[in-house]
Design a protein around this ligand. Sequence first.
Ligand code: G6P
Ligand code: ZN
Length: 541
Amino acid sequence: MLLKTTPFSDQKPGTSGLRKQVTRFQEPNYLPNFIQSIFNCLPDLKGATLVVGGDGRFYNREAIQIIISMAAANQVGKLLIGQSGVLSTPAVSHLIRSNNALGGIILSASHNPGGPDGDFGVKYNASNGGPAPESFTDAVFKVSQNIESYEIADNDPVDLETKSTTELDGMIVEIVDSVSDYADLMESIFDFDKIRDLISQSDFKLCFDAMSAVTGPYAKEILGNRLGVQAENIIRAEPLEDFGGGHPDPNLAHAKELVERMFSDQAPAFGAASDGDGDRNMILGANCYVTPSDSLAILAANAQLVPGYKDGLAGVARSMPTSQAVDRVAEALSLKCFETPTGWKFFGNLLDDGRITLCGEESFGTGSDHVREKDGLWAVLFWLNILAVKQQSVSDLVMDHWKHFGRNYYTRHDYEGIETSRADEVFNLLESKLADSAGKVMSGRTIKKADNFAYNDPVDSSVSSNQGIRFLFEDGARIIFRKSGTGTSGATLRLYVEHFESDPTRFELDTQQVLKDLLNIAEELAQLTTLTGREKADVIT
Ligand code: G6P
Ligand code: ZN
């Protein structure tokens, strides 16, 4: 049936889909409007296959029932839905690709908190398995601003809990195992025998933190059943609708129990965590934290030790604010290295066009051409495969890497939820300084170039401008300012600072100490204390 509706003004997708508070999504017509807007932008929707799944957060099941009814009324041919409505983001990407689906709808607000007062999100992925490009999300937004009606079937709720194939108004609804296809894919990339041997060594303990989010069932099957990790070493493995009240973000602040275990006398050899929807990862060794930027560089440098990448890499890519550690590896291996704006979607064209094999972001995302999303458990298995071959501790591996390539000291300072007008003032001030910055000397460092980053996609020639303010120094140091595109209230300002160090006697210094002079320059450039009204950043990683 056709139901009348009126537009909502705020349905513009951000860095990663439409993210709002659950209460907003629960408002009558809010979700249907957005879903119909997506459908209206898909000329091939009739008879097509779509994959649907979410990270299991509060409102997941209700949203899926609405999507089922709307898909049936919009004459979709088939829906593939994860059992209990659950699919990790990389698993959705894989199912889209392996079933030649038209696309998929992912229900997640990633690492944002969940529950009745938390966040919810909807993201559309295209037939390559990756987040839809900006041209598509812009078109969806446009439709949402003029929407007058939507199509929805009047059906009983579909049983999501049992694997089954049923029919609804001519549309096939298949409830599939959430884990098995993805687990098989992992087994086809990595040397599970070697990893199993490593895990059975008495001196090798590991701890994986699923953060009460979607990777619990995946970790239990892959790390537990297939690789022999004991159940007590997979912590917070039961997915909860509110993630146990926590923030399902794998970083030093939010994976507290894991971090306590890893920084102690009894620390396991390897620790890792993934986020709400399973696409992020954090890697730790005994008393050692690996930054996401270093992790990407180390995976690139050692990729040929892994069966899935034994023939080498086509190229690599990183988002602009990610440290340049991987650039050094690319240079040494004569690989092309691309610099894209923040947001996984920008890697899609490079992967599809075969220009890159590996890519990653400072925001705890790493991935490859096996799917078109970043992939948390994949990164964990990649590390385990390397450790199994090298028989080295995480910290020795990292130190050897720095000795070979040098160390990119790196930090990110976040000013969260500041008033939009204050954030605008900061960026206006920075913009005003760009033109006459080149050549200027600050604390002994000379600015080589200052700009507002724009990306020219080498594959489809699209241009994405206004992607962050950069101050690039002659010695390779960088200071970058960006506004987050994933927040749901106010503005979050991110400051990224990087300094390259080639002197091995300076590889074990305190990061904040090493970067102090650059942080002072950043303060001078952006007047952060005065303009944000904050003495210091809310989160420092
Ligand atoms: C999501 C996206 C990433 C992005 C990250 C941070 O996880 O998938 O591609 O790097 O958000 O985005 P933000 O705009 O908040 O810095
Ligand atoms: Zn995520």
